[in-house]
Design a protein around this ligand. Sequence first.
Ligand code: PEP
Ligand code: MG
Length: 902
Amino acid sequence: MADGFNDTPKGAAATTRWVYSFGGGSADGDAKMKNLLGGKGANLAEMSALGLPVPPGLTITTEACVHYYSNAQSYPPDLEGQVDAGLAKVEALAGKKFGDAANPLLVSVRSGARASMPGMMDTVLNLGLNDQTVEGLAKLSGDRRFAFDSYRRFIQMYSNVVLGLEHSLFEEILDDAKDRLDVSVDTALTAADWEKVVAEYKVAVKRELGSDFPQDPRDQLWGAVGAVFASWMNDRAKFYRRMHDIPESWGTAVNVQSMVFGNMGDTSATGVAFTRNPSTGENRLYGEFLINAQGEDVVAGIRTPQALTKATREEMGEKAPSMEEAMPEVFLQFKDVVERLERHYRDMQDIEFTVERGHLYMLQTRNGKRTAKAALKMAVDQVAESLITRDEAVMRVEAASLDQLLHPTIDPGAVRDLIAVGLPASPGAATGKIAFQADEAERLAELGEAVILVREETSPEDIHGMHAARGVVTCRGGMTSHAAVVARGMGRACVSGAGEIQIDEKAGELRARGRVFKTGDIITIDGGKGEVLAGAVEMIEPELSGDFAQLMVWADEVRRLKVRANAETPLDARTARGFGAEGIGLCRTEHMFFEEDRISAVREMILADDEKGRRTALAKILPYQRSDFTELFEIMAGLPVTIRLLDPPLHEFLPHTDAEIEELATSAGLDLEKLKRRRSELSETNPMLGWRGCRLGVAFPEIYEMQVRAIFEAACAVKKKSEAPIVEVMHPLVAKKEEMAFLRKLTDNTAKAVLKEQGVELDYKVGAMIELPRAAIRADQLAETAEFFSFGTNDLTQTTFGISRDDSGKFLDAYLKKNIIEKDPFVSIDQEGVGELIKLGVERARSTRPDVKLGICGEHGGDPASIGFCEAVGLDYVSCSPYRVPIARLAAAQAALEAKAK
Ligand code: PEP
Ligand code: MG
């Protein structure tokens, strides 16, 4: 029995099926079994059952991986027998035998989780080779050179993935061999040369590990299975999971599949294809292939791949023949298969294939990752092609990915100082400082710098740097290189294969077209054109048009939740309206005072030591407020505007330095010593729980009275000129019904006085934010005088967890890394805790006032998962920052469709 088997499993029934076979036109599983078989395994099964040419194999389930981790890293006892039975089927279908010296079956061992995690986990190819089987392979293939080349690749890959030895150990041996033979490329090595390299590799393994390279194919197999399971927990995989919200509890499946070889000469090849362009969405076969190469060579970006179609080759101005030209018959068969796959899955497919001596084999198909732009185009096109419905189109575009399209792009009229041209690997424009290493990119980004990561090529080790960077440039690699695929998935702009650029990492320099740029120099990249430009370049604001606008129309047709924006400046309000906001859900009035001349009036008001002093300062502020509100009402004509009265955590507004306070004394003609004394009186140990929110209005009603006056004077002015504004006055940080009753009265008295003075009639609403657990619990009482509530989930999260929203960054990361929390609760609502309070608040508020209007205006209002929650608990609207409005519209539509499907 192989090492690691456990005779006393916890929780696993003896009859559990751990292994599913596929191949020969049938399969045990199908595409719907992704959770159990992983994406790759489920689709291999589906393709087999469709009768497509898939090399036979078996899938070890994700449940076996879960068992492995919950049973001290040991396999279920009956797994070995099931794998043996599965292997016997593969042998029968392939007509070869695992470990047989004369007719050996070789297999690949690959990971495959439920969600694709490209390049994050481990793979071993050519497994089953040893000193005997390599001879069998040489005879069978009639190509001794190929057999020993495969064996040396296997030793290197296995030693790295399973035995933990560095690649460099093997690369040095190969480099020495090439030096001795005085050749520069691998292809110049003969069979005898590779045989010597293999012998040296084995000596190196023995020297490093004290034992021989494993010769028993069964030991090799179990070593590789264990390594794939182990790779589920490597740092890259963990990082990727955290970034894409993939739960650790899913585990990975393992696919053991009969090898086919794309490196058996010029009638063999390997490649990747997308049924539509993953970057632009254009409906045209797209991809790359390499003649006489093995799978990983294409993705690794080591050789420059060739186009699949003649048309693409001509467009790219390339000389090397396309697949259509180099192997026309196989190409026709391939084209037929991929078209069938897209129709079958009703979505764009990302496909891996190999041609072995003129025979086509499909190695993978999955729904392809795509940019937001491509996702929109494909969804809209596929509705027109009657391939999918409008509702399906709405579900096809990941709401958060729209962020990619909501950022500026390069102004077509801008001057472009071209440094280099590469491939347009992932669209969007980005400006930033050059960083040559992933760690450096991450470090600079943490300091708040915009960074462009420039690498020779990227590998999974660079993923954190790519995430931290605004954009990525590589000197080598095609449109399906690691950099291109990962950048597209992350929504980062990327230019790949910019071969004109030479990097000297040690000197911290890049050279191109005779120019030199150093670490920290600013460059701009245009991922849609594949250009790298010097300096910062003029950008233009995004707008909703074309496919984007069309999808939004479909989304709005099915959406129940309204979407408003958090906005206080005219620019933000206009942007929000342009993106389809249905009102303002939060106008933070304190943000209207950040400008130089205004902040001193506010400081004067806060620091005044009596009502008279405060009123003097308030009189200076009122005209600003009135004109700001007037503009907001005008921009939002016909839509509700929720104005929140002042909520300044005092520490954000007090003068910090002596110079600031001296300036204030001079400008306002106040006594410096008095001001200093007042500042220290007001300084708080815990300002987030201090004299903020409505506590300010309760203590100094004249402040809120001034604001309410400004709101209604503005509203009257607008109504006199045009349409009546829809006014909602909101009180922050309310906790008690008596507090709310006091604020309501204050608001009504002032509003009525102004309306009377102005001779205007106007409906308005008065409400509160729910930002404290007490407010949620007693929303029934607050609703006696409040007509609407908005859940301020920034503060509600802070006050429920007792975690300061300003300081959480320092320690939450440790919680995330240790899996104590899955998501930052300040980003996505903690549904079990904060969410329960929201539910309670909703229920209780409605128990008093059935038509109470309920919304959310914390940052969560723009987070798709939280929007799903808001739909489920029956809020009326979400409010988010202007640039997230389209994301919220789509997320709200998706939540409504999901609710309908339940
Ligand atoms: C909140 O607390 O969620 C909120 C929207 O208010 P602020 O962020 O201004 O405290
Ligand atoms: Mg708040």
